[in-house]
Design a protein around this ligand. Structure first.
Ligand code: AMP
Length: 472
């Protein structure tokens, strides 16, 4: 399959060539013709599948044929859950549209609104926005939607998780009824289907990511280790393995800071990225990491979502995630675009239940490797594969009430008394709440497995039982 057969015109094909893409990914092969045909699309596709180009390329193609946006007008609106993702989509729009002469603008919260209002004055053929800031700008009359042709919801599941449902509903209410709708989501939970009901008309449904499968190109293993010695082991792995770069996941913001400090103290350049960091600090950390100026990026799950860091060789789970599905998302940060990656988990005895949940979800026992000097005092008990089906569960996970997700619910398997009598140590601090991203918190997502095999039938429903956690 070549890009030439998809109905895209020369300026876009040229931009694709400039990017070095030789053939469309599965999502692109399916989505591009449907979108060019003017149809609504519902696509289950995660970061790493090429989904952004999947909607951006045909969107630009369609826009290139019509009249350009006048003052304050927007012709295509792309809503994303996070600032990071908005910036990444905006960059794609720029790259893919570089030979077209269309105007694009990106707006998100956490930065001054005035420059965004100024930019919108000239109109935007494509506006990429986070929902909260979008509504603020609309309320200040900085934007008009009377000529809106296309709406894209990117990572719609995250938007619901982050409590953006009210803003989304408000935005839908101010858009013209006649428009093309494209809805992208990691999975289609009942909440997403509910949202879709009032959004898409007779959509083409596409799925390119098998649910909860881990990418085959990722080598996974775990090191049983005492909690107190995790940082020491991490430093050894980085040094002995001569790792150039790695993304390290910490369950908490405080933990991310602490790991970063200890790595720095050991002479390893590191930065933390989480919701307590200012937008500037996060952008700097990401660009330092991308530019190779730091070796290790330590992130919470929410902050790491949507970060487009290509071909990361190593991902480390410093703590196992509370929600087993996040393990799949985390390790999806490595082994992308056909490259082999390594996903390494440092597992203390009191994380046994979390480990069991991950192995049950992925239906795979994670290989254990022992480091000579780090044999744990508190042994991690053996696990066996639990292949009982996982019950469908839903209500708590998605916060469809629209209120930002909050709470300090207990984390499964973390109690020293639970599961393993040898586990005596707690799992670290537990602080902070989730707030919508464009009002001062970092989130976004990161998912796995550039998909094989397209299904165009309806997708499996509920994804997971995400409990409110204290990340970001
Ligand atoms: P996305 O899933 O949109 O986050 O894209 C993941 C990565 O794949 C991005 O870095 C894109 O630049 C890259 N990409 C998108 N489409 C293609 C393609 N057809 N061939 C190779 N790489 C691609």
């Amino acid at each position: 399959m070549s890009f030439n057969n998809l109905g895209l015109s020369a300026p876009i094909l040229k931009a694709i060539e400039d990017q070095g893409y030789t053939e469309p990914s599965a999502i692109q092969a399916q989505a591009i013709p449907a979108i060019l045909d003017g149809q609504d699309v519902m696509a289950a596709a995660q970061t790493g599948t090429g989904k952004t180009a999947g909607f951006t390329l045909p969107l630009l193609e369609l826009l290139s044929k019509g009249e350009h946006a006048q003052n304050n007008q927007v012709r295509a609106l792309v809503l994303t859950p996070t600032r990071e993702l908005a910036a990444q989509v905006a960059e794609s729009v720029k790259n893919y549209g570089q030979h077209l002469g269309l105007k694009s603008t990106v707006v998100f919260g956490g930065v001054k609104i005035n420059p965004q209002m100024m930019a919108l004055r000239r109109g935007a053929d494509v506006l990429i926005a986070t929902p909260g800031r979008m509504m603020d700008l609309y309320n200040q009359k900085a934007v008009r939607f009377d000529k809106l042709e296309i709406l894209v919801l990117d990572e719609a599941d995250r938007m619901l998780d982050m409590g953006f449902i009210h803003d989304i509903k408000k935005i839908l209410a101010i858009l013209p009824k006649k428009r093309q709708n494209l809805l992208f989501s990691a999975t289609f939970s009942p909440d997403i289907r509910q949202l879709a009901k009032g959004l898409v008309n007779n959509p083409v449904e596409i799925s390119v990511t098998p649910r909860n499968a881990t990418a085959v190109s990722v080598e996974q293993w775990l090191h049983p280790v005492d909690k107190k010695r995790k940082t020491e082991l991490l430093i050894k792995l980085i040094s002995d393995g001569r790792w150039e770069q790695a993304l390290v996941f910490s369950r908490t913001k405080h933990g991310a800071n602490k790991i970063t400090q200890l790595l720095e103290a050991a002479g390893i350049r590191a930065s933390a990225i989480h919701g307590n960091k200012s937008q500037g600090a996060r952008t700097r950390a990401l660009s330092d990491f991308k530019g190779g100026r730091i070796r290790i990026l330590v992130a919470t799950d929410i902050a790491a979502r949507g970060l487009d860091i290509e071909q990361l060789p190593h991902v480390v789970n410093f703590d196992l995630p509370d929600v087993a599905e996040d393990y799949v998302h985390r390790i999806g940060r490595t082994g992308r675009a056909g490259a082999t990656g390594q996903a390494i988990s440092l597992v203390a005895a009191d994380e046994l239940d979390l480990l069991r949940a991950i192995e049950r979800l992925t239906q795979k026992l994670i290989e254990r490797r022992y480091e000579d000097d780090f044999i744990p005092t508190h042994m991690l008990p053996d696990t066996t594969l639990d292949n009982r089906p996982i019950k469908k569960n839903n209500p708590k996970r998605s916060n469809s009430s629209g209120a930002p997700r909050q709470g300090n619910s207990p984390r499964p398997g973390n109690s020293p008394k639970q599961g393993n009598s040898q586990a005596r140590q707690g799992n670290g601090p537990n602080s902070g709440n989730r707030r919508p991203a464009d009002r001062g918190n970092a989130p976004a997502k990161a998912d796995v497995t550039p998909g094989q095999g397209i299904r165009s039938k309806p997708l499996a429903p509920a994804r997971r039982n995400r409990k409110p956690t204290n990340q970001a």
